[in-house]
Design a protein around this ligand. Sequence first.
Ligand SMILES: [Zn+2]
Length: 224
Amino acid sequence: MIEEAFTRLYPDREFDFNARIKYTDRFNAYGANVKLRGDNLEFGLSKSWRTISREIRMGLLQELMLKLWKRRSKKDLDTTYIDLYNSFVKNLHIAIPKTKSDPLLSESFDRINERYFLGFVEKPNLVWGMPSKSSLGSYDYKTDTIRISRVFEKLAGKDPALLDLVMYHEMLHKAHKFKHNGGNNRYHDRKFRTAEKAFEDYDEVDMRLKKALRSRGLKSLLFG
Ligand SMILES: [Zn+2]
């Protein structure tokens, strides 16, 4: 299946890898990744993929291959399977029951999910938190809820990246099951910080965030 996915995507390239798929419990539902070491090509798929059709899984493998070898122009690619995969993932999101949401938070979540998580993070409840509370955002495992300070309702109109950065931070807690306990810094270990800095222009956006909070007298607000 891997070779077929590869050859359909890159008809001009030779397939010379030791390739395999490993189904694991390591991911959230429908999570996946790919690693290439030397000529060992390993796809890690969450077990939830096992029962999904071969065509959609081929699309998933191709999507991961495009990540690995960077995207050429999609014009000259056969994207049949990728398209199948994408509509599957989209429908998955629709199927997840959401009892609490908000358009502004939802849009931010979708942007970050597409961009940094391949669309794999299941949408949690998304709610605004009181500005008086001491955190910019938080993630609660038990209720699967991301709570973002209402401060961002206004800030996001001027600079959406500020909201996106906080959303990204909370999504890291959810996606990678980083331990978390209401803003206690020891849960933001080095691994977490490294992942956090993958946010585009992290330093610059973080600076703009601090500045915006300072100018509103909110500099005591911390990441939860
Ligand atoms: Zn945190």
